[in-house]
Design a protein around this ligand. Structure first.
Ligand code: MN
Length: 245
């Protein structure tokens, strides 16, 4: 299946662009069975190959039992796919540059044109609000995943206090692009705040970049970034195998 190869490429891109490191993960919904999604077993994204990808149901259980260890935080993906039928792909990562915005009053906002994809508002989820101050901050069950999904609501990204972020989009390419530009936007915003008053994008500017009715994930502009990142991540062979099918 072409989608599995694309998910492998997405893993490698996110690792190569420093969005994920040893931890963090990306998933994609099965378009032929919307109650299921694909996600690797517990392995670092840079090392993932086609054989590492498993299929899960919306309880975050593998459809076919597998002896390999699973990501502890796979519930993030299950709960977002459950709550958001429009979402086709999810990323969870710990990118450092977004973390200051999860532990202070400063709100992360789109401030550069490529950051517009994150949307006008980026809510912050605090696990302690509902689950107390003795969790290890990780989303290790469906209850916690659903609570996070409620905070995400209709937004594209939610920050997770002192931990990382969850991003959701209408395609794998979109969620990768948004996750690559999210820490970059955070970096620019942080620097700008040290220089003076911030001028974020206007709602009209954000809207102009958002996925409108005529939006196509396979547009040449989006493909251009995907091919560039894939090449940089050493995935030229995988990319060619997808393009030739
Ligand atoms: Mn995590």
């Amino acid at each position: 299946m072409k989608l599995i190869t694309e998910l492998v490429i997405a893993n490698r891109i996110l690792a190569n662009e420093d969005v994920v490191d040893a931890y963090g993960h990306v998933s994609v919904r099965n378009p032929e069975a919307p109650g299921r999604f694909f996600l690797a077993h517990s392995k670092s994204p840079a090392l993932i190959e086609r054989g590492d990808i498993l299929e899960f149901n919306l309880d975050a259980e593998p459809v076919r039992s597998d002896p390999r260890p699973l990501y502890l935080e796979r519930f993030i993906h299950a709960a977002i796919f459950e709550a958001r039928p429009d979402v086709m792909a999810v990323v969870h990562a710990h990118a450092e540059d977004v973390l200051p915005f999860s532990i202070t009053q400063a709100r992360l906002r789109p401030v550069i044109h490529s950051g517009a994809f994150i949307g006008a508002e980026v809510p912050v989820w605090d696990i302690a609000e509902r689950f107390g101050d003795r969790t290890n901050l990780l989303v290790t069950n469906l209850d916690q995943g659903r609570d996070l999904a409620r905070t995400l609501a209709e937004h594209n990204v939610a920050l997770m206090r002192g931990h990382g972020f969850a991003a959701a989009a209408r395609s794998l390419i979109d969620v990768v692009r948004m996750s690559v530009y999210l820490p970059r936007n955070a970096r620019v915003q942080h620097k700008a705040m040290q220089l003076g008053e911030l001028k974020p994008l206007s709602s009209g500017e954000i809207q102009a970049r958002a996925a409108g009715p005529g939006y196509k994930p396979q547009s040449p502009e989006t493909q251009r970034a995907w091919q560039y990142w894939a090449q940089r991540a050493g995935c030229a062979d995988l990319l060619n195998s997808v393009l030739s099918t």
